[in-house]
Write a protein of this length. Structure first.
Length: 387
């Protein structure tokens, strides 16, 4: 078991109607609020009106229109400007992971005198960030319980995972009823994203029985509950369990003490969505089984055996490579069963920029240090296999 140093300082308030506590939580931080949101889903579901009513005694400035795969320009830059011009004391992010990630970058940029890209690109370490409170409306990223935000810069095809302990939300409100309206595409993509967060921690050199059991339970919970959410989008129990499994996905708790893995699937996918603006969870689902197949070897096979037997119930008496192949096929089949397009061509990616993307990933993501090291050529092969 490896050493670790763990703390998640974020308060989670979970359940139906919990946003009644919002004025008290925000009031303890400040009265000048930057309210951030996306393209309008929060208005359609009545959440915007509810928040405005709850915060009638607060001074609210708004930043709307934050897109999926949130953009540095204009969203982060506009947000930073609004915070500085209006003396904002706290950011309230209402929406999915993209709104929250953008809000995190704004929070750090608001406390920095230079170009916020210095922080996102790790040129300068943030000394502080504005406090963030969020109401998460989509179960997927786990951004509500981690200190990362992923920001895209269109002109350079960068999509950077910006991670810094100053970015933990102070408090996250998780009301599963707000996820009833998430459509089938984003429900499935959210599941694939959260499953990948677990897999990125599970497929490693050194793990424990405890962590393996936790990860395997997380994967099974996500698969069962996502199917239930797709069958009945207003199934509270399923939406609630899915939401919580996602929330735990990215802050490390699934695998404290496991060895580092390098998160290769995210390293590859972030470039795909930077170049083609695809949905993150779909990109991950597409490359996952191809990556698994690519790295299957004498060195990795036992891990796939454990995964196949414990997550998918593959017959443990079979030959180890047969179990591994069945496990990889079961992963692919599950993503198909929840409606995810399983070829890059189906999401608009052809073979014209594969080498360019592979080079970008090899230079920026450090995948030569992954559990199974990946060279530029390996990365290109995995993307090609996913077409
Ligand atoms: O923009 P609006 O109108 O709000 O619509 C959104 C958006 O179109 C919609 N939506 C959200 N809540 C809804 C809803 N529609 C109906 N009902 C609701 N209750 O869903 C669409 C997708 O939203 P988005 O926020 O983009 O999805 P998600 O939460 O999956 O976030 C994806 C982003 O997070 C990053 C991804 O790379 C991507 O940029 N990630 C962030 C991580 C983190 N901070 O830890 C880790 C992840 O690995 C991931 O990379
Ligand atoms: Zn992810």
């Amino acid at each position: 078991m490896q050493n670790f140093d763990y703390m998640t300082p974020t308060r989670l308030i979970f359940g139906k109607d919990v946003i009644g506590e919002l004025p008290e939580v925000l009031g303890a931080i400040g009265k000048k609020v930057l309210l951030t949101y996306g393209g309008g889903s929060i208005k359609k579901i009545g959440l915007y009106d509810k928040v405005k009513e709850l915060l009638k005694d607060f001074e609210i400035t708004e930043l709307s229109g934050i897109q999926p795969n949130p953009k540095y320009d204009p969203s982060v830059l506009d947000g930073v400007r609004l915070c500085k011009e209006n003396g904002i004391e706290v950011i309230l992010s209402v929406g999915g992971g993209s709104v929250l990630d953008c809000s995190k970058a704004i929070a750090a940029g608001a406390k920095y005198d230079g170009d916020p890209w210095d922080l996102i690109s790790y040129k300068v370490k943030a000394k502080a960030a504005l406090p963030i409170v969020d109401i998460i409306t989509l179960a997927a990223t786990g951004s509500e319980y981690d200190c990362g935000g992923v920001i895209s810069r269109t002109e350079t095809n960068d999509k950077i995972g910006y991670v810094d302990p100053v970015l933990y939300p102070v408090c996250s409100f998780l009301d599963p009823t707000y996820t009833f309206t998430v459509n089938a595409k984003h429900t499935a993509a959210g599941c694939a994203d959260a499953m990948n967060h677990i897999m990125e921690q599970y497929f490693c050199e050194d793990s424990t029985l405890l962590n393996d059991g936790f990860c395997e339970a997380g994967l099974k919970s996500l698969m069962v509950n996502t199917k239930a959410c797709l069958a009945n989008p207003e199934d509270y129990k399923a939406r609630a369990e899915m939401m919580f499994a996602c929330t735990l996905g990215c802050n490390g708790i699934y695998a404290l003490g496991n060895s580092e893995t390098g998160w290769p699937l995210h390293g590859i996918e972030h470039a795909l969505s930077a170049y083609y603006d695809i949905t993150h969870g779909e990109g991950l689902a597409i490359i996952t089984p191809r990556w698994m197949k690519y790295i299957l070897s004498e060195k990795t096979v036992d891990r796939f055996v454990k995964y196949g037997v414990n997550v998918f119930g593959v017959d443990s008496s079979l030959d180890k490579f047969e179990i591994a192949e069945k496990a990889i096929q079961a992963t692919y089949d599950f993503f198909v069963s929840i409606g995810i397009p399983m070829h890059l061509r189906e999401v608009g990616i052809d073979d014209s920029r594969i080498d360019e993307m592979a080079h970008h990933i090899a230079v920026n993501e450090g995948l030569e240090n992954a559990w199974v090291p990946l060279t530029e050529e390996d990365i290109a092969n995995i993307i090609r296999d996913s077409l």
